[in-house]
Design a protein around this ligand. Sequence first.
Ligand code: 5GP
Ligand code: ZN
Length: 404
Amino acid sequence: MTGPGPLLVGTAGKPVELTVSPSGGGDPRHAVVVPVDDEEPLRYHAWVADRRAYVHERSGGRLGYLHVPDMQAPGWAQIHRDLRVEVAREGLVVDVRENRGGHTSQLVVEKLARRVVGWDLPRGSRPFSYPQDAPRGPVVAVANEFSGSDGDIVNAAIRALGIGPVVGTRTWGGVIGIDSRYHLVDGTLVTQPKYAFWTEGEEWGVENHGVDPDVEVVMTPDDYAAGRDPQLDEAVRIALAALAENPAKSAPPLPWAAVRPGIPPRRATRRDSIPCVPITAPEEAGPMAGEARSDCLFCKIVAGEVPATVVRETETTLAFRDINPQAPTHVLIIPKVHHPDAASLAAAEPQIAADVLREAQEVATEEKAESYRIVFNTGAGAGQTVFHAHAHVLGGRGLQWPPG
Ligand code: 5GP
Ligand code: ZN
C-alpha cells in the first residue's frame, strides 16, 4: 500500500475531489482540497508556532519569541509577522538557529538594539513604546551550527552591540561574501569570494570558525528524539534571571488620574437607547464613576458600535474575547454600565460586581479551563489600559505566580 500519494502527483494548486469512505461503513463523503507542491512552509510555520508556545509557556507569557529563518526578504517578512506582539512582552528570545544568511542582519540588529525612551498612551488601547517595536527588557539570542553567513554575522553583531548573550552552539563560519553577477554562455552561474568580514570582538575570526556562543548548549540526538529544546530552556532561564535583576520598562500611569480635582457627582438618568448609562452615581464611587462615556471603548462594545466576539451576555454583564489574547482562554467580563475600574464598580454597584465575578466563573467552566486566573487590573500602574471595569479570565496554560 502506498497511500493516496501517487494519485495526487501533478495536482498541486488544483482543486481535487477526494472520496472518503467512513471506516465504520456508510455513505462516502466528497471533499475538495487544493494540494500544495511543498509542505516545508507548513512544517516551518508549525515549528515556529510550537517554539513560540513553548517559550510563552515556560516563561508564563513574560517572554516573546521570534524566529529569523534567513537574512533576506522572507526572513524580514517573517520577523514582522510577530514583531509587534512579541516585543511587547517583558523580554525577548530571538532564535536565529538554521538561519541561512543573506544581507539583512543589519536591519534585524537595528530593531533589537532599539531602546525604549518614551511611551505613547492612546485612549482606550495599550501603550506603545517610543520607539515602537523596541524590546522592553532583556534579549537573548539562540544560534546553532546551521546559523550561517549573515546568520553567523548577526550573532557577532548582537555581541558587539551588547544586545544580549548568544546561547547554543558555535555557528557555521562562512562569511566571505559573493555576488551573483557572472553567467557563462550556457547560463551557468559562477561566483567568486569577494567580501571579507571583520567585526569588533571577533575581528577576522568568524570565517572558517563561526561565532562562539556566550553559553554553550548542545542539542544531543536524544534531545531531538525526546522533543526537548535545552537551548531554548537556557535562553528562557537567562532572560527570566535578567528580568529578576532589572524589570522590563513599562508605561507610566497618567499623571492627571492622581492630581485632577474631582468632578462633582452627577445624577444620571436612565436612557434606554444608550445601554451603558448608569442608573446611579453614588458619591463614594469617585469622580469618574457613573458618567456616560461616549468615548469609552467598552461602552461602545456594549452598544454594538464596536464589534467583539461575545461569548456570554446577561442583563448586567457582557463577556467577549480579548482582542490580544495572553492565553488560550482570554475573555473579558464587563458590566454594561460604565465604571472606570473594578474598585469603583464594587463601591457603587456591589450586586453587578458580584455578577461580573459569577460570569467570570461561568466563562471558565464553559471554556473547560481547569485552573484559571481572574484578574482585575486596577489603575494604569497595574497595567489597566481600558478604563471601564473588567475582569480578565485567563486559562488554558500554566500561569506563573506572582504575575508580572
Ligand atoms: P486592561 O489592560 O485594561 O486590564 O485590559 C484591557 C484589555 O482589553 C486588554 O487585554 C486588551 O487586549 C483588550 N482590548 C483592547 N481593545 C479591545 C477591543 O477593541 N476589543 C477587545 N475584544 N478587546 C480589547
Ligand atoms: Zn464604559
